[in-house]
Design a protein around this ligand. Structure first.
Ligand code: ZN
Length: 382
């Protein structure tokens, strides 16, 4: 058997934290095949948001040899007080009660089973714990492989498989409990990060950027004109891309919009809402990003974090529904965080990278050019 670990030189690795708990995979999302409700006309099956995508990602990380070199940051359950930084007391209590009985739907398309309240607390608490470890210098940066995801969750309702806003709560915790002043949250999930946007819509000290497929979910949100309100005006940036966008469009967005936006904002800490549903194999998105695209997006953000905030960056897992492909995209991101490529190769990467349309297309460039103009309104560091 080939030993993938033995010959590695880990000396140049960054100290990268990794947060995971087996219970994340026990969150029960029901028997809807894909996202159709099972019934007399629909055979029950596996939901898109199935634990297996996450399990296979973690397994590939283990086989790569990298997992054991990461600093394991054990999650602690978030407290109700911490959740209340973003969510209403009534909503939190409603989820607790439903979870104690037999579960239900947290709002719109966020099904859960018995015990999911505690698991969701552990997911949010995992991102909080890792963020604290990065802020305190215990580790340089980190990846939180949490579930359920969080970026669609709103103050009073869960949406799109999300129950609590994992990153939103952790960002508010850093601000109010650790004194972190300016935080940037970059969301490359294929869906709009509506919950994160809402949580900071009037806050000039948190820059929220979402790059997503135009109009995918939630349907009526994620437009470029949504810029924030009151003193937070300018500090929300949406880049809705047309279906079919690939590495060319995404990397142009990162070089021409995301990087300069972050450079203008000057963050003290960066979060990434990391969904792999913009990948070329995803059943829910219609984009074409490959693992090399995710790798480059990560390396751009790591570079910005090195320049402005001493490398302080936390990546938290959001969507991504391709059983076969999520692991390779996720591994590429963690290799970049740790500054350690492994010997695991993404099968057929060169073919996927060469799919016609991967280059930036004129109709995509038009939208990106508009987004470039909106950088101007981002609030400068006070
Ligand atoms: Zn998504």
């Amino acid at each position: 058997m080939v030993n993938l670990v033995l010959n590695y030189d880990f000396s140049s690795m960054r100290k990268t934290g990794f947060t995971f708990h087996e219970l994340y995979l026990w969150h029960d999302i029901g028997n809807a095949p894909g996202n159709f409700l099972a019934g007399l006309q629909v055979q029950p099956g596996d939901h898109f948001e199935h634990p297996e995508t996450k399990r296979r990602f973690r397994n590939l990380l283990e086989v790569s040899g990298l997992l054991e070199k990461l600093v394991q940051i054990r999650p602690e359950a978030a407290t109700v007080e911490q959740l209340q930084l973003v969510h209403s007391k009534d909503y939190i209590e409603k989820i607790r009660k439903m979870s104690d009985l037999s579960g239900g739907d947290a709002g719109e398309g966020a099904p859960f089973g018995k015990g999911s309240f505690e698991i969701a607390l552990l997911a949010t608490g995992g991102v909080i714990r890792l963020s604290k470890a990065v802020w305190n210098g215990e580790v340089d940066n980190g990846y939180a492989l949490v579930r359920p995801p969080g970026h669609h969750a709103e103050r009073d309702r869960g949406r799109g498989f999300c129950i609590f806003g994992n990153i939103a709560v952790a960002a508010k915790f850093l601000r109010y409990d650790c004194g972190v002043k300016r935080i940037a949250i970059v969301d490359w999930d294929v869906h709009h990060g509506n919950g994160t946007q809402d949580a900071f819509y009037d806050d000039p000290d948190v820059l929220t950027i979402s790059i997503h497929q135009d109009g995918l979910f939630p349907r009526d949100s994620g437009y470029m004109g949504e810029r924030g309100v009151k003193s937070g005006f300018g500090s929300n940036l949406n880049i809705p891309l047309p279906p079919g966008s690939g590495n060319g469009a995404y990397l142009t967005v990162f070089e021409e919009v995301v990087r300069p936006a972050l450079e203008k904002f000057v963050p003290d800490f960066i979060f990434v809402a990391s969904g792999y549903d913009a990948s070329v194999n995803d059943p829910l998105g219609r984009m074409m990003v490959t693992s090399s695209g995710y790798r480059k997006m990560a390396s751009i953000l790591i570079d910005v974090a090195d320049t402005f905030c001493n490398g302080k960056l936390v990546v938290a897992h959001e969507g991504g529904y391709s059983l076969s492909y999520v692991p390779y995209c996720g591994l590429a991101v963690i290799e970049e965080l740790a500054n350690k490529p492994t010997e695991i190769l993404d099968p057929n990467l060169s073919k996927r990278d060469a799919i016609p349309g991967q280059d930036l297309q004129a109709h995509q460039a038009e939208i990106i050019n508009k987004a470039v103009e909106s950088i101007e309104l981002i609030p400068n560091e006070a």
